[in-house]
Design a protein around this ligand. Structure first.
Ligand code: PMP
Length: 463
């Protein structure tokens, strides 16, 4: 007797019910889902449609992952091609034509001087796993174990990566001052602040009694993302390259968020022209599917077989989607487009700050933009910046702005040490009209949030 499979129980796509069940069943550690109570059911380009039929302009882009926006035709075509070919989808780290093509495409985008003498390690499919791999690599290559990282950094959520991001673990990381322009720890900002930060780094490394053991590597983000969109000055990047090279310290550039055109060059290290020893890459390289790698100078390839393993290092769909994304960004010069459009958006937002004392700072590079909200009336300034004083951050206002944006059909992210920086990470494919709509909706949301009794609402948790 034929046994008929019971039909799968279809839950009604009722927006409220799904959100309610999520709140009941999912972890207290969930993040984006708390501040963005939407239920995406369809998405194309920059637009997401919720189960309630509402449409949103997505300036979060999967935390900066979607260089081409949602479901770009070249990505869908690449994924379908792999599926239709009958290729295995799960292959550990075995060689495949799909991986071969991805590696060729990736290497063609990297700075020539770097790629001509580099190896690639496919990692577990998260940025944090690639950061761990980079640490293991440099430790094996140098025989040293200590690391240097910067204030405001974010490198992931696993132990080593967390230590470099300021979390407590037993990995020894020395935290060095990042040249924050607006909240400069030395109260000067600009080139002067960057110079002092670099001198402090040199001083610590060269003082035999500083208590800082000889490190294996320095890890930095060319533009700090989660830390609140803090671009590192190019001159400071070059100083860090000199300082590390002179002392045989490996320089690891974490381009997980800044890569693939986001900041106006294909890779953000190109702004300063430095060649790092290791690059950590994830997010956009997978074309919206999970993928993470490190690429590094061949001389460092001294670790043992199996030194960094992991089951899911062979996601063929991600490699195909990633190769298609990299090629599309390269062929259509989307990095340049990100640079031009980003500069225009930055200027429009800076103009907005003239009427809004609650906008403390507008900063960014390319389509990685941050607006730091402050409370000009609360308390004394925390530190001074080059342009005067920097009032205390206002995370409650930022939370209110995020909610008002959502009501106006705009998804934005919050970041920064206090969760007071509204972050924009739109896809590189956004149109001029969409860029204008983003700025208009944000301006409108800010006006509404400033009027609302937002200070009584507790600011949500930051990630
Ligand atoms: N490095 C940077 C610069 C990041 O922005 C992130 C994630 N936001 C990570 C590492 C960690 O990546 P993942 O969340 O995929 O582990």
């Amino acid at each position: 007797m034929a046994v008929t499979e019971p039909a799968p129980v279809e839950l009604p796509p009722a927006h409220e019910g799904i959100l309610r069940r999520q709140a009941l069943r999912e972890s207290a550690a969930r993040t984006y889902a708390r501040s963005l109570p939407i239920v995406p059911v369809r998405a194309r380009g920059m637009t997401i449609e919720g189960a309630d039929g509402r449409r949103y302009l997505d300036c979060l882009s999967g935390a900066g992952t979607l260089a081409l926006g949602h479901n770009h035709p070249v990505v869908l075509e690449a994924v379908r091609k792999v599926i239709d070919s009958g290729a295995p989808l799960h292959v550990l780290d075995l060689a495949t034509p799909v991986k071969d093509a991805f590696t060729t495409e990736l290497f063609s985008t990297l700075p020539r001087e770097f790629a001509d003498n580099a190896q690639i390690q496919f990692c577990g499919p998260a940025g944090t796993d690639a950061v761990e791999a980079a640490f293991k690599l440099v430790r094996a290559a140098t025989g040293r174990s200590e690391l240097l990282a910067f204030t405001g950094a974010y490198h992931g959520m696993t132990a080593g990566a967390l230590a470099a991001s300021g979390g407590a673990t037993d990995v020894r990381v020395t935290r060095l001052p990042f040249p924050h322009r607006y909240r400069c720890p030395f109260g000067t900002g600009g080139e002067r602040g960057a110079d002092i930060a670099a001198r402090w780094t040199e001083y610590l490394l060269d003082d035999p009694k500083s208590g800082v053991p000889e490190p294996a590597a320095m890890i930095l983000e060319p533009v700090q993302g989660e830390g609140g969109v803090n671009p590192a000055p190019d001159s400071w990047m070059r100083r860090m390259r000199e300082i590390t090279r002179e002392r045989s310290i490996a320089l690891i550039a974490d381009e997980v968020q800044t890569g693939v055109g986001r900041t106006g060059t294909f890779w953000a290290v190109e702004h300063s022209g430095i060649v790092p020893d290791v690059m950590v890459l994830s997010k956009a390289i997978g074309g919206s599917l999970p993928l993470a790698v490190i690429v590094y100078r061949s001389e460092l390839d001294l670790w043992q077989p199996g030194a960094h393993a992991g089951t899911f290092r062979g996601n063929q769909l991600a490699m195909a989607a990633g190769a298609a994304t990299l090629a599309y960004v390269r062929e259509n010069r989307l990095a340049e487009r990100a640079g031009t459009l980003g500069a225009r958006m930055l200027a429009a937002l800076q103009a907005l700050s003239a009427d809004h004392p609650s906008i403390g700072d507008v900063r960014g590079r390319g389509l990685m933009i941050g607006i730091e909200l402050v409370d000009p009336e609360a308390g004394p300034p925390t530190v001074t910046a080059e342009n005067g004083s920097a009032p205390p951050p206002d995370p409650a206002l930022a939370t209110a702005v995020q909610q008002e944006c959502l009501r106006r059909g705009l998804i934005v992210e919050l970041g920064g040490r206090h969760g007071a920086v509204v972050r924009l990470l739109p896809p590189l494919t956004l149109t001029d009209e969409q860029a204008t709509a983003v700025v208009d909706r944000l301006a409108d949301a800010l006006r509404a949030a400033e009027r609302s009794p937002y200070r009584r609402a507790a600011a949500g948790p930051t990630r």
